[in-house]
Design a protein around this ligand. Sequence first.
Ligand SMILES: [Zn+2]
Length: 304
Amino acid sequence: MRTLQYAVDVGGTKVAFALVEGSRLLARSHFPTADLTAAQQLAQVGRALRAMARRQDRTAGAVGLSVPGPVLGGVLRHAPNMPAGWSGESVASFGRALGLDVPVFAQRDALMGGLGEFAHGAGQDLSNFAYLTLGTGIGGGLILGGQPLLGAQGAASEIGHLQVSRRGPPCGCGRRGCVEAIASGPAIARRYQAAGGAPLTPAQIAERARAGEALARSVYRTAGEALGAALAAWAQVANPEAVIVGGSLARSLDLLSPAMTRSLVRRAWAANLPLPVLPAALGEDAPLIGAAWLAETASAGTPA
Ligand SMILES: [Zn+2]
């Protein structure tokens, strides 16, 4: 029988959390990301998770914590989309703040998403694939030989800051022309408005694109081209079997895909093609499910 795990997905706009058994979310909720310290926000989450477990009359074995930045040496590095008080804090301190009295396993959100798809989603039959998450930011995770690729700083395969145009728009990382500065949700909305469009959300712009509006279509085409360039670089280095796309903008994959595929095929070495692009099966729950899977797998190898 599968054991129950706590899962927490910390993001720039919300902190989602759930009781997870395998791929099933038995109970879930979220708080908006508040201008609180990490300890205050996680204490809220911990209280809510304990109440959820009490209502189910169950106990959880461990907690998986998906965080918006690389984790190295037990410390969260570089979480630029979070309020002050997250970057530089240790996973152990997050665990104390949650107060759940179970082991805590933290990893970068895009890797957690990739692990979720690997364990229970579109990557179940794949050993080598790239997971791309498109939303407020752009992140990536590579699963190679059935293992997540971490790299020296926990930031391997962080594709959002792959530079695809030296003269592109400025990026939050301080450089220009990163994929995230061209193809993230906010980047799409900014480009649309800068070209004379109304201030709309990426989803509203997508509706206009599907209705045939030329400006909306061109903004999604530009984003798709940048993503295709990034995928070509990924393909060259890691030779994945497929790319799985998750995150809120995955709903607009129909608009991104044609330009993305053209750009990929134009740039990639033929030996790395074809590279199928598949929609994520777990949607926006992938990081929660991956976090629970990591917690279950890692705690199984840890003496209690
Ligand atoms: Zn950047």
